[in-house]
Structures are given as structure tokens and as C-alpha cells.
Design a protein around this ligand. Structure first.
Ligand SMILES: *[C@@H]1O[C@H](CO)[C@@H](O)[C@H](O)[C@H]1NC(C)=O
Ligand SMILES: *[C@@H]1O[C@H](CO)[C@@H](O)[C@H](O)[C@H]1NC(C)=O
Length: 178
């Protein structure tokens, strides 16, 4: 009995070790050629295990991170604009854009993926990436122009960069599906 239990436990441990190293291998394999290799690895490691095993699951993990980052920028912009009304105008189009990322681009991209239509997902995520690239520049230039006023700026600029980079990573992974 004890012996059986022992071998059950070792089989369990062994299969855990195999699954952990398979994940590490699959993440390394996916991120190896990425433009943002480190961000790719650290983002995929955050995802639930079962999503780490396939490019489809991995792209969902990255897209989920995009959503979290964009949501946090929306909140940051709201706070900054409430404190410093002067920046409302330069930031208004990006406020709108990041809201669209959360409420429109992401849900539509996820839906396309879930319908096994990676081409449509790529179109949607590409549009979001173009917008994120522009908004990142606007966030940075507004930050530079109003540096004295914007004490909380670094945080916004920092997560703004991640939205674009994460979208690029999502596209790199989605391209493995077509
Ligand atoms: C990572 O990329 C290099 C070349 O850039 C290649 O030699 C290596 O085999 C790749 N590793 C994996 C795990 O795909
Ligand atoms: C933004 O994405 C990064 C990378 O995936 C993640 O570590 C971080 O928690 C995200 N930020 C927010 C505020 O969700």
C-alpha cells in the first residue's frame, strides 16, 4: 500500500515536472523570435497553465494583459484629467482609443480567436496596434510638454508603452496560427 502510494506520488511529481518544463519550453519557443522577448516570456508566465500550451491560448493570455494595461491607462487618464484639466484636450483622443481597446478591439479579437478565425483577429489587433503606437507618442509628448504639471506621468507613459508592445507580441503569436 505504502509502496503504491509512493509510486503514485512520484508519478504525480514527475508529471508535474514534465508539464512545467513543457510549459517553459513552449513559452521559450514562442517568445524566442519575439521583438520583445523578455516581456513575451514574463507575460506568458502570468497566464493560467492550460493557456500556456498552445499559440491560441498564449495569444489569449497576451490579449488579456493588453486589456488589463489599457484599463489601467483609462483610469490613469481619468485621474490626471481631473487633476489637470489642461491635458484633457491632448489626451481626449487617446482616452477614447484606450476605451475602444477595452470595449471593442479586445472583445472582437477574442471572439474571432474563439471562432478559430485568426486572420480576423490579426486584422483587429493590427488596427489596435496602430492606434496604440500613435497614442504612446501622444502620451509621451504631452508628458514632455507638461512635465511640470504632470507628476503622475511616468506611470501612464510606462503602461502606455506596454500596450503597444503587448499588441506586437500578440500579433507575432497570432501569425503562428495562420
Ligand atoms: C531560438 O532562436 C535561435 C536563433 O535565433 C535558434 O538557434 C534556437 O534554436 C531557437 N530556440 C528555440 C527553443 O526555438
Ligand atoms: C501590463 O502588462 C504587464 C505584462 O504582461 C503585466 O505584468 C502588468 O501587470 C500589466 N499592468 C496592469 C496594470 O495590468
Amino acid at each position: 500500500m505504502m509502496k503504491n502510494l509512493g509510486s503514485l506520488v512520484s508519478i504525480f511529481l514527475l508529471s508535474m515536472i514534465i508539464s512545467v518544463s513543457a510549459q517553459t519550453y513552449l513559452i521559450t519557443k514562442t517568445c524566442n523570435a519575439s521583438t520583445y522577448k523578455q516581456l513575451c516570456v514574463s507575460t506568458l508566465e502570468l497566464g493560467p497553465q492550460k493557456f500556456q500550451l498552445t499559440p491560441k491560448g498564449q495569444s489569449l493570455v497576451v490579449i488579456n494583459s493588453v486589456k488589463a494595461n489599457a484599463t489601467s491607462i483609462v483610469k490613469d487618464i481619468e485621474i490626471i484629467v481631473a487633476l489637470i484639466p489642461l491635458v484633457e484636450e491632448p489626451l481626449s483622443q487617446c482616452f477614447k482609443f484606450y476605451n475602444e481597446v477595452v470595449n471593442d478591439y479586445i472583445p472582437k479579437g477574442v471572439e474571432a480567436l474563439e471562432n478559430d478565425d485568426p486572420k480576423t483577429a490579426i486584422e483587429i489587433i493590427s488596427k489596435a496596434a496602430v492606434g496604440a503606437y500613435k497614442c504612446e507618442k501622444i502620451l509621451i509628448s504631452t508628458g514632455e510638454k507638461s512635465a511640470d504639471l504632470l507628476k503622475g506621468w511616468k506611470r501612464i507613459g510606462g503602461s502606455g508603452k506596454n500596450v503597444y508592445r503587448l499588441l506586437v507580441i500578440a500579433l507575432e503569436i497570432l501569425n503562428m496560427l495562420v
